[in-house]
Design a protein around this ligand. Structure first.
Ligand SMILES: NC(=O)c1ccc[n+]([C@@H]2O[C@H](COP(=O)([O-])OP(=O)(O)OC[C@H]3O[C@@H](n4cnc5c(N)ncnc54)[C@H](OP(=O)(O)O)[C@@H]3O)[C@@H](O)[C@H]2O)c1
Length: 301
C-alpha cells in the first residue's frame, strides 16, 4: 500500500469506526475528525490522532485534511438537506487544496442503478454525481442494508421477548445481500490505493438471505426460535421517526425501503468480484451473525 495516512470523518460512529480499525490493521496513520475531542479520545485507540473538525465548517475540514493521503466520509445529514451539499463541497475543496490523493465517500444507503427514484435515492445520486464530477480522485461506495441494524435495541428486545424479527419491512421471499460495517471498512481502506477513482462501487457482504433464512441464523445466537414478521412501511416510518427524532428522516428512510421492496429480489451484489477486485476477504452473513452478533449480545447481555 503506498498511502500511509487517512482522515476519517464519523470515526466515533457505527459507519466510520470500522474504517479506523481497518486502517490501523493495514498499518496506516489514522486521523479521526470529531466535533467532540474528549468523547473521541475515550472511544478510539490511543494510536489514533483525534482532530476537532465539523464537516459543516470549510476551514475545519481543510485543516483536518492537511498532510493526509485519503479522506473517508459520509453525510452528517439526510441527502436532501442543503448541509449535505455543503459537507461535500467542504471535503472536495479541502482535498483539492491539500492535494489529497483519494476521497472515499459512502452513500450509507442503497441507491444502486436498479432502484426506482425517490427523495432519498435521488438525493444520494445527486451528491454522488457532484463528487464524481469534481477534479478530485474520488470513489463512491454504495452499501446495501446494514447488519449493524440488527443491533438496534428494539430489534433485540422483540427477538428476545417475542421471537419476532420485524425488520426489514420487505416480503419474506425477498433475498438480498446485507453488509457488515466491518467489511465496508476493509473495502474503504482498499479503495485508497486501488484503481477506482471516478467509480461507483456497490458494496455488500457474501451470502444473500431472505427474512426467514436470516431468522434461522438469528435463532442460533439467541437460542430460541425466531420468526419473520415484517413491519409495514408505515410502521417502519414511525419507528425510524422515533429513532432519528425526525418525522422527515423517518419518511425519507421509509421511501428508501419502499424502493427496495419494489425490486423483485435484491439488492444482490457480486461479492466474489468485489473480493477479487479489491483483494479483500469479506465475511459471509452466517459468520457475522454467529461471531460478531453473538459477541455483541454476550457483551450487552
Ligand atoms: N444502510 C443502512 O442500513 C444504514 C444503517 C444505519 C446507518 N446508516 C447511515 O450511515 C450513516 C452513518 O450513520 P452511523 O450509524 O455511523 O451514525 P452514528 O453512529 O450516529 O455516528 C455519526 C457520526 O457522524 C459524525 N458526525 C455527525 N455530524 C457531523 C459533523 N457535522 N461533522 C463531523 N462529523 C459529524 C459523528 O462524529 P462526532 O460526534 O465524533 O463529531 C459520528 O461519528 C448515516 O448516513 C446513516 O443514515 C445506514
Amino acid at each position: 500500500m503506498s498511502s500511509t495516512s487517512i482522515l476519517v470523518f464519523g470515526a466515533t460512529g457505527t459507519q466510520g469506526h470500522p474504517v479506523v480499525e481497518a486502517a490501523l490493521e493495514a498499518g496506516l496513520r489514522v486521523r479521526a475528525a470529531t466535533r467532540d475531542l474528549h468523547e473521541a479520545e475515550e472511544k478510539l485507540p490511543g494510536r489514533v490522532e483525534c482532530f476537532r473538525a465539523d464537516l459543516l465548517d470549510a476551514e475545519d475540514v481543510r485543516a483536518a485534511a492537511e498532510g493526509v493521503d485519503g479522506i473517508f466520509f459520509h453525510l452528517p445529514v439526510m441527502p436532501d438537506q442543503p448541509e449535505a451539499e455543503s459537507a461535500v463541497d467542504h471535503v472536495l475543496a479541502a482535498a483539492s487544496s491539500e492535494g489529497v490523493g483519494r476521497v472515499i465517500f459512502t452513500t450509507a444507503g442503497y441507491c444502486g442503478d436498479d432502484m426506482p427514484p425517490g427523495k432519498f435515492v435521488d438525493g444520494l445520486r445527486r451528491i454522488s454525481d457532484r463528487i464524481l464530477a469534481s477534479d478530485v480522485p474520488a470513489v463512491v461506495l454504495r452499501p446495501t442494508l446494514y447488519l449493524a441494524n440488527l443491533v438496534w435495541p428494539h430489534i433485540i428486545r422483540e427477538i428476545r421477548e417475542y421471537g419476532r424479527l420485524t425488520y426489514p419491512p420487505l416480503d419474506a421471499g425477498q433475498r438480498l445481500n446485507w453488509t457488515s460495517t466491518e467489511d465496508q471498512g476493509r473495502i474503504a481502506v482498499a479503495c485508497l490505493d486501488a484503481e477506482v477513482a471516478g467509480e461507483v462501487i456497490d458494496v455488500a457482504s457474501p451470502e444473500p438471505v431472505n427474512g426467514p433464512e436470516l431468522c434461522r441464523l438469528l435463532a442460533g445466537v439467541y437460542g430460541r426460535e425466531v420468526h419473520f414478521a415484517p413491519q409495514s412501511i408505515d410502521g417502519f416510518a414511525d419507528a425510524m421517526s422515533h429513532i432519528t427524532g425526525s418525522a422527515h428522516s423517518g419518511m425519507l428512510l421509509a421511501g428508501l425501503y419502499e424502493g427496495i421492496a419494489s425490486l423483485e429480489n435484491g439488492p444482490l451484489i457480486d461479492t466474489e468480484a468485489l473480493e477479487t477486485r479489491l483483494g479483500v476477504r469479506l465475511t459471509p452473513v452466517s459468520r457475522w451473525v454467529r461471531d460478531r452478533l453473538g459477541y455483541l449480545l454476550s457483551l450487552y447481555g
